[in-house]
Design a protein around this ligand. Structure first.
Ligand SMILES: CC(=O)N[C@H]1[C@@H](OP(=O)(O)OP(=O)(O)OC[C@H]2O[C@@H](n3ccc(=O)[nH]c3=O)[C@H](O)[C@@H]2O)O[C@H](CO)[C@@H](O)[C@@H]1O
Ligand SMILES: C=C(OP(=O)(O)O)C(=O)O
Length: 418
């Protein structure tokens, strides 16, 4: 089993470049299924999740080629509308192929994704959207089958919660539905805007992405397109916290400040110096971190995908902070691992009360999920001695060249096979 070994105590400095966003590239790749000609995607991060969605598309019959930084796909050759459990269980975002398959082929049969370490993660809002567009949904034997043999019809859809995945799946399905679809209370994340841009490059008519209402005029046909993926705001935020926690001075190139406002605001509140420019952000700290409270919320609130990393920072802050998770019901799996490293954290319902300690100590820990893994790397950077992180396949899902990038700014981190 591979592990990450982090030896703490190095002050990070230099420049690190942010890759394309995991949460943008996955729906954009799913959207290529709608094209009647090949698509070319650029700024593709080297991630396990990208390889998994490529496997899903290949299974469906598409021709896929991945090159460093680029993804070529011809979906005109698809032969099946079924995505099996072996692929969907690896990565929930595989469920995003349902909207495009339903729109293009009039049917899709996808394995139910199931829960994961951070929560039960139902898909009721996706299904409610497909039904509103006229699809018939049948569930059985672990699969969901959606059928719309006469095609989908535009509708007005109100989402009870601004789900990122449901907004994306409905946007893709509605792009080729007859007439107008309005999504009320959609997710407003930057990744939604990136998907809308991709769909519009393909010939769709999607307006209002990134606001509280999305309007989609269905079109008869979409073509392949060339599209460049936006930078990963969560990867950027992770390196920002790394600079702060080590008392470092790091320039995070390619970080888009307009996507990082809550993270920047909270780091500033914690006493970290942030200088913003058009190409990125410089993050400097003297290592003295003030305790601040955070509460995760849908965009533009503080991102749940930065909660674990921010909690790692708070474990070595001066004072007590309250970290409240409102998006997922069980996203505190990192707490017990941080406690093994000497952190003082108590969970009280949806909040964690973190009392800053002066020192963390390295020990063997496990990455229970992607961002929990990132939080343990960050804690390891300041811990005394050696931190050994297991189950790093979770980290590989979403961090491009993590070891190389951290080493390039002075971290003592290596990947070992043991
Ligand atoms: C690949 C990708 O983009 N993943 C991101 C996406 O996940 P994902 O799209 O799965 O997240 P959602 O926004 O859908 O989920 C948010 C909340 O809504 C609930 N819910 C969702 C759908 C549904 O049909 N019913 C329902 O109740 C979920 O259980 C969760 O509590 O957004 C999350 C919230 O920002 C991020 O943490 C993930 O990194
Ligand atoms: C929860 C995450 O991803 P996913 O939705 O792919 O599990 C994440 O990126 O932190």
């Amino acid at each position: 089993m591979e592990k990450l070994i982090v030896r703490g105590g190095k002050r990070l400095s230099g420049t690190v470049k942010v890759s394309g966003a995991k949460n943008a590239v996955l729906p954009v790749i799913a959207a290529t299924l709608l094209g009647t000609s090949p698509s070319t995607l650029e700024e593709i991060p080297d991630l396990e999740d990208v390889r998994t969605i490529a496997e899903v598309l290949t299974h469906l019959g598409a021709a896929v080629k991945i090159e460093p930084g680029a993804f070529y796909v011809d979906s005109t050759t698809i032969t099946t509308c079924e995505a099996p459990y072996e692929l969907v269980r690896k990565m929930r975002a595989s469920f995003l192929v349902m909207g495009p398959l339903l729109a293009r082929e009039g049917c899709a049969k996808i394995s139910l994704p199931g829960g994961c370490a951070i929560g039960t993660r139902p898909i009721d809002l996706h299904l409610k959207g497909f039904e509103a567009l006229g699809a018939e949904i049948v569930m059985g034997h672990g699969y969901i089958e959606a059928k719309a043999p006469q095609g989908l019809k535009g509708a007005r859809i109100y989402l009870d919660f601004p789900s990122v995945g449901a907004t994306e799946n409905i946007m893709m399905a509605a792009s080729m539905a007859k007439g107008q679809t309005i999504i009320e209370n959609p997710a407003e994340e930057p990744e939604i805007v990136d998907l809308a841009n991709m769909l519009n490059h393909m010939g769709a008519n999607v307006r209002g992405a990134g606001t509280k209402m999305i309007r989609i005029e269905g079109v008869r046909e979409l073509k392949g397109a060339c599209h460049c993926i936006i930078p990963d705001r969560i990867e950027a935020g992770t390196y920002m916290v790394a600079a702060a926690i080590t008392g470092g001075d790091v320039y995070i190139e390619n970080a888009l400040i307009e996507h990082l406002k809550p993270v920047i605001a909270k780091l500033k509140e914690a006493g970290v110096t942030i200088e913003e420019d058009v190409n990125g952000v410089r993050v400097c700290s003297n290592g003295s971190i003030r305790a601040v409270d955070i509460k995760t919320l849908p965009y533009p609130g503080f991102p749940t995908d930065m909660q674990a990393q921010f909690m790692a920072l708070m474990t070595v802050s001066k004072g007590t902070s309250i970290v409240t998770e409102t998006v997922f019901e069980n996203r505190f799996m990192h707490v017990d691992e941080l406690k093994r490293m000497g952190a003082s954290i108590k969970i009280d319902g949806r909040s964690a009360v973190v009392e800053g300690v002066s020192t963390l100590t390295g020990c063997p820990v496990k990455a229970t999920d992607l961002r929990a893994g990132a939080a343990l790397v960050l804690a390891g950077l300041v811990a005394e001695g050696q931190t050994e992180i297991g189950y790093i396949h979770h980290i590989d899902r979403g961090y491009d060249k993590l070891v190389e990038k951290f080493r390039s700014i002075g971290a003592n981190i290596e990947r070992v096979d043991c």
